[in-house]
Design a binder for this molecule. Sequence first.
Ligand code: AQP
Length: 335
Amino acid sequence: MSTKPRIFSGAQPTGNLHLGNYLGAVRNWVRLQADYECIYCVVDLHAITVAQDPAELSRATREVAAAYLAAGVDATTSIVFNQARVAAHAELAWIFNCVARLGWLNRMTQFKEKAGKNRENASTGLYVYPNLMAADILAYRATHVPVGEDQKQHIELARDIAQKFNKDFGVDLFPLPEPVIQAEAARVMSLRDGTKKMSKSDPSDMSRINLTDSPDLIAQKIRRATTDPLPLPDTVEGLSGRAEATNLVTIYAGLADQEVADVVAKFAGANFSTFKEALTQLAIDTLAPITGEMRRLTADPGYIDGVLRDGAARARALAAPVLADVHKAVGLLTD
Ligand code: AQP
């Protein structure tokens, strides 16, 4: 058994993974493999909290798994699987539905954003989504969760659930998981509106760069990205109040693995056409190898299914003793 601290993280197969998912999450997952025991899940049960086309969901589940592998997740050392294959997630989520408080869930900003004005018509699954996320993490007693900035509130809720469970049942069963958030590009915004996060479910494909986009399409999207009339500033403070400029500079910094201040210094006073050309080249150079590998992998769905099945078997083995302890603590007769 590994002595390294354990990580759990995942992405929803609600569509193509985009640059925000990559810079905010998946690229960090790859790096963290050196120091952590990693469990990376395609969270298909989360995806169905909003309407999904069944055939498209299966296709996207394989494609998201392919993106993990193409980006550098090693499925022999890390565990890669889809959530629906491991029943412990749904089972523990039900128990957490009985631990979490309505008041806690009412504070979740993602539910408010996703339910929008039509709150009464949102699924109950969307409402209790954070409880399932807590189950995803705690079924493995994971201690670290690498996520983008937008998921921080959900990790805090997972900590509250872990703490209340331990207290209510007088056990020390769950650790309090911590978010692992990278400083640069933790929040990549829409290319059309710098105040909205880049998202798979944005109706405009021009708002995001998908990991499956061709170089031509990437170039087109960056060329058409919203900007303002001013040249780039010569200090980071000069970006304040300029959401779109901030976003493009942040994306550059994320892709180049540099500090925002260094990017600002490099392009001080440049106009957007010059900057966008450099950004386009950098985005294509970074993403093209991943896109190519994804294409190769998705051409062989049997291979992807084999990886997911093997990962699920290993995940089930890790979750089984935790669930047994949970049942015992709660007084559920299951053996
Ligand atoms: N724009 C973003 N910037 C940085 N990180 C991001 N993440 C998502 N969007 C950004 C991070 O990617 C991981 C997987 O996210 P997810 O698939 O679970 O769902 P999400 O956060 O709801 O992402 P989307 O793209 O907005 O999906 P939809 O449109 O389906 O809701 C997470 O670690 C997340 O923080």
